[in-house]
Design a protein around this ligand. Structure first.
Ligand SMILES: [Zn+2]
Length: 436
């Protein structure tokens, strides 16, 4: 999200409750009138592909903290809906091949999961098995080898758990020894982003960041040992990843450290480190051909680099239907969250969603940060607008380490995207082991 002072400039309010209610009423009426069934069986929908994107499935209360974590009950209902609507549920590779030659049958859907959190293993995997639904799992491998909570996620989660409390800011914030954690989600997100920026600036190691998390957990009343034991917000271990049935779960690429440097060499290293780490777990190198942009950061500059590495498809978080003309390195995905109602989900799957007016606001959920923002879309940017991380690195410096130094207005680099105001970054030489 835009940070602090410039928020009003480019972040608009979400759609009003009244407009949203009207939309939901319209969708419900259309569904009852059989229009969803008509569009599901239409020629138009047969030539479109929906790629669904999921992140986490709650182990406890994570879906109340961040709605990109969905409850197990919600995921079950989604899979039931896909079956009930008679969807062709395809592996990604087969789906895009069929899309290109016009051989999709019925309303076709691909299911993808990002991150490879332990909750996938515990909650989603058994459901995918029970429903016999293939999926693609994009894994950033650093935290698979470093079996601790992901710093950015856990920090945001702990702040949510401790909302309203006053804590010693310690190594999280400079110059303010005691701070009250805001109750409002927007103010809390802002605090989290400042903490995150400070931690990156200080260049703390993964182990130090883990200690900082433990201190924060103590202050907000979360039992650190229990939290570690729950494996909440940790990735699957290498042995858990290796044990997944490859006919049901296709483990693919998401960069090693969940980042997208602008330097070709650094970007390629991220992907190659990711391939290497998965190869060490037994995943054949030549089958890692599918990539997912971390935080949906799909800069067209990446396309030739991915192509050169033999990557065949790459997915974004742009909610749209894929057609045979969609570039395979810019495949849209519909991010399903707790905020998506059942009727909206059915509208997307059946194809009815295409009849809805174009949205003027886009909701940005950042899985790294467990936060969200709303951006107003200029009309000229209405087509291809990949979701952006909150961080906009400046230029193409030869580093994958992005260190925030100041709040500044986003510069326009002319790429077809909408972004927010953001921190600007100076770059320093990366350390190979730097995690996100
Ligand atoms: Zn991700």
């Amino acid at each position: 999200m835009p940070l602090g002072a410039r928020r009003s400039r480019c972040v608009a309010e979400p759609p009003t409750p009244l407009l949203r209610r009207l939309k939901l009423l319209t969708l419900t009426a259309a569904d009852h009138a059989g229009l969803f069934t008509l569009t599901a069986n239409s020629h138009w929908r047969r030539n479109r592909l929906v790629i669904l994107c999921y992140h986490g499935v709650s182990l406890a209360d994570e879906h109340e903290w961040s709605d990109v974590h969905i409850s197990e009950e919600r995921l079950t209902r989604r899979l039931e809906t896909l079956r009930e609507l008679g969807c062709a549920l395809l592996p990604l590779g087969e789906a895009v091949e069929r899309l290109k030659v016009g051989e999709l049958e019925g309303p076709s859907v691909v299911v993808t999961f990002d991150e490879g959190l332990y909750d996938f293993y515990l909650k989603a995997y058994p459901l995918l098995k029970a429903f016999d639904i293939p999926s693609t799992l994009y894994v950033p491998t650093y935290y698979s080898n470093f079996q601790r909570p992901i710093f950015d996620l856990a920090c945001s989660y702990f702040l949510w758990r401790g909302r309203g409390r006053t804590i010693e800011s310690g190594r999280l914030l400079p110059g303010t020894p005691r701070v009250r954690i805001p109750v409002s989600a927007a103010a809390r997100s802002e605090m989290h982003l400042k903490m995150r920026a400070h931690v990156y600036t200080m260049g703390f190691s993964a182990v130090e960041k883990d200690q900082i998390l433990a201190e924060l957990a103590f202050q907000v009343g979360v039992n650190w040992d229990d939290f570690l034991d729950s494996r909440s917000l940790q990735l699957m271990s290498p042995s858990e990843l290796s044990s997944l049935d490859p006919s049901l779960v296709d483990v693919q690429l998401h960069t090693h450290r969940h980042r997208t440097p602008r330097s070709e060499a650094m970007f390629m290293r991220e992907v190659r480190d990711n391939v290497d780490a998965l190869a060490a777990m037994g995943f054949a190198r030549d089958e890692r051909r599918h990539f997912c942009y971390p935080s949906g950061d799909a800069d067209p500059a990446f396309f030739p680099w991915l192509e050169a590495m033999g990557i065949e498809t790459a997915t974004t978080c742009e909610p749209a239907y894929a057609t045979r003309r969609t570039p395979l390195l810019n495949l849209p995905r519909v991010v399903d969250t707790m905020a998506v109602t059942d009727v909206e989900f059915r509208a997307w799957i059946t194809g009815f969603a295409r009849l809805l007016p174009r949205r003027r606001h886009r909701r940005y959920s950042d899985v790294e940060l467990g936060t969200e923002v709303w951006n107003k879309l200029p009309a000229s940017d209405a087509k291809v607008i990949p979701i952006r991380d909150h961080i906009v690195p400046q230029g193409a410096a030869g580093s994958d380490r992005e260190v925030p130094i100041a709040h500044a207005h986003r510069h326009d680099r002319g790429s077809p995207r909408v972004s927010s105001d953001a921190l600007t970054f100076r770059h320093r030489e990366p350390r190979r082991a730097d995690p996100r």
